[in-house]
Ligand binder design. Structure first.
Ligand code: PBG
Length: 335
C-alpha cells in the first residue's frame, strides 16, 4: 500500500522541481538514442528523394540515398531502421507475388543497408498492402480478406526478408496464426536467430492515412481494415492478441498507433514484462509536424515531450519518424 501523502507543509512537491539539478535527479524515465527505431520509405531508381506530401520532412528514397541516410542515423546512435517499400504500381497485383520476390525493392534495400552499415538492425514490415492491387494487408476474395491463404504468403515474405539479412521481422497484417507459422518456417529454414516484433495490438486507425500515401496504398484501398485490425474501443482484446502472439513465438510486441494508445502500452508492459514497442504513426507525426511548421507549438519541445511519454507508459522503444531529429537533440544534451 502507498503511504498517504503528508499535507502541506510537510509535503511541498515544488521542492524537487526548484532547479535543473534537482529536476534531473527526480526524473523518472529517460529517452535515449538507443530507444529509437526509424521507419524509412524506399523506392526504385537512383538519386531519388521524393517528398511525401502528407508527411512534411519525410521522403521516399532510392536505395543509394537510403543507405547514406542510414549511415547518418548510425552515427547519431540510432540502433535500428524499419524499411517500408513504395512498390512500382505495375507490380501490384491481386495475388501479391512481388511481396516474396527476393529481389523486390524492400529486400534489395535490406541487403544494401546490411552490406554498408551492418551494425544497424534492420526491421521489416510483413503485410501485403504495398504489393496488393486493392491496398489490403491480405488476399481478398469476393470482398473477404482471406486469413489462412494470406498467412502462407506472409511466411514466404518472411523467409525472403530473413534471406535478405533482416534482423527483426515485423508482421503488421493482423491475420490470425501468422506469428506461429512464421516462427516455425524460420526455425525450419535455418533462420532461428531472426527476431519477430509482432504488431500485436494494432488498431483500425485513421492515423495511418499519410503512411498509405507514402506507400501508395490509399487510392487503392477498397473499404477499411476493420475485419482484421482492432476496434479502438477495445483494450482487453489487445491483451489477448499480445498473449497469443507471445505464445506463438514473438520476441517483442508493438502497440500501434502510439499516443492515443498509451494505456495499452502500460497494460502490455505490466501484464507481460516483455520488450514492448510503440509506433508513433504517420498521422501522429503529420499532426505534430504541421502544427510545428505553422508555429503553433514549439517543434523541439513537442517532439521530445511526445517521445518521453512512451517511456513513461512503459515502452522499451519507439518507432518514430522524428528519430533523426530526436537523436540530434539527445546528442546535443537535451533535457
Ligand atoms: C501495413 C502498415 C501500416 C502501417 C505500418 N504497416 C498501414 C496500415 O495498416 O494500413 C502504418 C504506419 C504509419 O501510419 O506510420 N500493414
Amino acid at each position: 500500500m502507498r503511504p498517504t501523502v503528508a499535507p502541506m507543509p510537510a509535503t511541498r512537491l515544488r521542492r524537487m522541481r526548484r532547479t535543473p539539478a534537482l529536476r534531473a535527479l527526480a526524473q523518472e524515465v529517460r529517452l535515449s538514442t538507443a530507444d529509437l527505431i526509424w521507419p524509412v520509405f524506399v523506392r526504385e531508381g537512383e538519386g531519388i528523394r521524393e517528398p511525401v506530401a502528407s508527411m512534411p520532412g519525410v521522403d521516399r528514397l532510392s536505395v543509394d540515398l537510403l543507405v547514406g541516410e542510414v549511415e547518418r542515423a548510425a552515427k547519431l546512435g540510432i540502433p535500428a531502421v524499419c524499411v517500408f517499400p513504395y512498390t512500382d504500381p505495375v507490380l501490384r497485383t491481386e495475388t501479391c507475388e512481388e511481396a516474396w520476390n527476393p529481389d523486390n525493392i524492400a529486400n534489395r534495400a535490406i541487403r544494401a543497408i546490411k552490406a554498408a552499415v551492418p551494425e544497424v538492425a534492420v526491421m521489416t514490415d510483413i503485410a501485403l498492402d504495398p504489393y496488393n492491387a486493392n491496398g489490403h494487408d491480405g488476399l481478398v476474395r469476393d470482398g473477404v480478406i482471406l486469413n489462412d491463404e494470406t498467412v502462407e504468403c506472409l511466411v514466404r515474405m518472411a523467409l525472403a526478408q530473413a534471406g535478405a539479412g533482416a534482423d527483426i521481422l515485423g508482421p503488421s497484417d493482423m491475420m490470425d496464426g501468422r506469428i506461429g507459422a512464421i516462427r516455425q518456417a524460420l526455425e525450419a529454414q535455418g533462420h532461428k536467430d531472426v527476431a519477430i516484433l509482432s504488431y500485436a495490438a494494432k488498431y483500425a486507425s485513421a492515423f495511418y492515412g499519410p503512411f498509405r500515401d507514402a506507400v501508395g496504398a490509399s487510392a487503392r484501398l477498397v473499404g477499411d481494415k476493420k475485419t482484421y485490425q482492432i476496434d479502438p474501443a477495445n483494450g482487453d482484446e489487445a491483451i489477448r492478441a499480445v498473449e497469443r502472439d507471445l505464445a506463438e513465438g514473438a520476441d517483442a510486441v508493438m502497440v500501434k498507433p502510439g499516443l492515443p494508445y498509451l494505456d495499452i502500452c502500460r497494460r502490455v508492459k505490466d501484464t507481460f514484462g516483455v520488450p514492448t514497442f510503440a509506433y508513433q504513426v504517420s498521422g501522429e507525426y503529420a499532426m505534430l509536424r504541421q502544427a510545428q511548421l505553422n508555429g503553433w507549438i514549439d517543434a523541439e519541445k513537442s517532439t521530445m515531450e511526445s517521445l518521453i511519454c512512451f517511456k513513461r507508459a512503459g515502452c522499451d522503444g519507439i518507432l518514430t519518424y522524428f528519430a533523426p531529429e530526436a537523436a540530434r537533440l539527445l546528442n546535443a544534451g537535451w533535457r
